[in-house]
Design a protein around this ligand. Sequence first.
Ligand code: G6P
Length: 372
Amino acid sequence: SAAEKGGYDYFMLKEIAEQPKAVADTLLGRIDAAGSLSLDEVRIPGPVLREVDKVVIVACGTAYHAGLIAKYAIEHWTRIPCETELASEFRYRDPILDQRTLVIAISQSGETMDTLMALRHAREQGAKVLAICNTNGSTIPRESDAVLYTHAGPEVAVASTKAFLTQLVACYLVALYLGQVRGTKWGDEVRSVVRELSDIATQVDEVLETMEPVRELARSLADKGTVLFLGRHVGYPVALEGALKLKELAYMHAEGFAAGELKHGPIALIEEDLPVVVVVPSPRGRSVLHDKIVSNIQEIRARGARTIVIAERGDEAVRPYADHLIEIPATPVLLQPLVATVPLQVFACELATARGNEVDQPRNLAKSVTVE
Ligand code: G6P
């Protein structure tokens, strides 16, 4: 009913708007006054966590994209090797796991059969399993050694939005916590990122306030057949998520690529007026990557692409090559997906509406897939 949708036309719009609160709620009580993380719920003892020598993340769909981003954070802040794998592929390739492997299963519903089967397989091999889940008491957390709940509240729209942002927050918390427990050389950086995480809800809110031009752009592209998405580093999974949203909601051909791979194939797809969304890393931090992606934007624009550029506010270097510029607030490099994903959600939702699609219940999809 209209009341359930809180005055919005679709649950998806409501859930996009709820993201600042979902992010804040997921952080609540998990950072103490001194700026340390207290994740008491993660009932895996410190000594066990200190022995972990490999992290494997398993998930499906949008949750898998959160896992891909988590890999960058975990390896950077903890120096533990981490791989992220589609749950449906994981157990069928005979993965190498033992008591020192920490498996992280990410699932909004906690009922996705592929993810459940992956975690059962992991536990049979002796690995410890930590679930990141949005649904209290669901099967995946019940069958895990520990759970860190995301506090997104119920997500009704099939396409995941607020759950994704809170999965990212939970992944960052786990990565920072592992860094804290194990005491890496990144101690100072860990503390400063914990502080900056506390500002993220406000920054997501800022992004939401500036979305009208994105909606207008989406409407103008309603007749297009294909949209490409490019990103690198943590922007690469953001590009994948942008493309997935467009497939799910707009039923358009959409693909995400790592910008560095452009020259190895995808550049052949570029033609006159093809919309290409580019997620630009911060010009601060790893500025080498920033400069490389600016060259990518020049290359595709020279071949006629219509460039839609998502970049940090004040990033003047991208401006001359952006047919459409979507500005996002400055964040620490690894946290950028929390703000960069939001315009892509709005973009896909508006395109779906413009094409007359059912936003909350896209064809052929289910909110939770409980078959393998
Ligand atoms: C389904 C949904 C996706 C979701 C995926 C994983 O395919 O349509 O939106 O990302 O399942 O769901 P989970 O509940 O495990 O996060």
